[in-house]
Design a protein around this ligand. Structure first.
Ligand code: CP
Ligand code: NVA
Length: 306
């Protein structure tokens, strides 16, 4: 594991190790002795807005002993058309790692290949691996394990967050049911490639039935703003609210990666009554990403020694 580019590229063992390391780092925050990023400078190259990802990476890099260098893509030559592979070759000679939020998955893959430094996907149009790893940790923290879990994803079943859930379910072996209008189902070839216990439906109540986690994300992802009116019309009926939660398993968790749009994908009362879980997810981004960075640095330095 030289980079963290997708959940697809992780094994079940990688995911289990990241979850275990996250627990250890969370328990020792403020007094852990390891500072694996000491004397390192990590770039954070962002082409899209961010609150949680930006803050948690900046804090996490510092807590591991490193220095973050935030670069809005629009402010560097990348934003004026310099190819990602040239940007990567320059940065690879000066920096020790990179965290990238952008549109095309291929851009993070090219950056990783051409820079040669540990590279982390901080959200692309295809995946949001750090979010889902933090969510898996949060579920384990609350529930004890992922054993026998059934997750219902309600909303845009073809967005980055849903796709990362598909790969997490396939790798970890839990059940995932995606409820979305058929135009927003993930492509059948993706479901086939993933394998595992993943089903698609257009009925949110069928998905919720017996699920221990109800998960949602925005209906209009970054980059899809021009489709906003169409999407808001298409997703009517896919809101997580009290009526839907009543169909889920007793004491089901309601989860949201945030930012939330109350009255759209979730209603205010449901968000507020599950705020402990939802803001725990946000906090756990910090601990999980520290575990990911520490793991990448440790694995890369042991590969260099051998
Ligand atoms: N969930 C998440 O990635 O939030 P931000 O867009 O604020 O980083
Ligand atoms: N699917 C959302 C996730 C935001 C964290 C987006 O891409 O905008």
């Amino acid at each position: 594991m030289k980079h963290l580019l997708s959940i697809e590229s992780l094994s079940a063992q990688d995911i289990a190790s990241i979850i275990a390391d996250t627990g250890a780092l969370k328990a020792t925050r403020g007094h852990h002795s390891a500072h694996p990023l000491q004397h390192q400078c990590w770039a954070m190259i962002f082409s899209k807005s961010s609150t949680r990802t930006r803050v948690s990476f900046e804090v996490g890099i510092r807590e591991l002993g490193g220095d973050p260098l935030f670069l809005a893509a629009a402010d560097i030559q990348l934003g004026r058309g310099e190819p990602i592979r040239d940007t990567a070759r320059v940065m690879g000679r000066m920096l020790h790692g990179a965290v990238i939020r952008t549109f095309a998955q291929k851009d993070v893959e090219d950056f990783a290949a051409f820079s040669g430094i540990p590279t982390i996907n901080a959200l692309t149009d295809e995946e949001h691996p750090c979010q889902i790893l933090a969510d898996l940790f949060s579920i384990c923290e609350i529930r004890g394990s992922l054993d026998g879990l059934r997750v219902a994803f309600i909303g845009d079943g073809d967005c980055n967050v849903a796709r990362s859930w598909i790969w997490a379910a396939a790798r970890c072996g839990f059940e995932l049911v995606i409820a979305a209008p058929s135009k927003f189902h993930p492509p059948p070839e993706l479901i086939e490639r993933a394998g595992g216990k993943i089903t698609l439906t257009t009925d949110p109540f069928e998905a919720a039935h017996g699920s221990e986690v109800l998960y949602t994300d925005v209906w209009v992802s970054m980059g899809k703003e021009e489709e906003a009116a169409y999407r808001l019309a298409q997703f009517q009926g896919y809101q997580i609210n009290g009526e839907l939660v009543a169909h889920a398993a007793p004491r089901a968790l309601v989860m949201h990666c945030l930012p939330a749009y109350r009255g759209k994908e979730i209603d205010d009362a449901t968000l507020e009554s599950h705020a402990d879980t939802i803001f725990r997810q946000a906090e756990n981004r910090l601990h999980t990403q520290k575990a990911i960075m520490a793991r990448l640095v440790n694995l890369n330095s042991s590969a260099a020694r051998s």
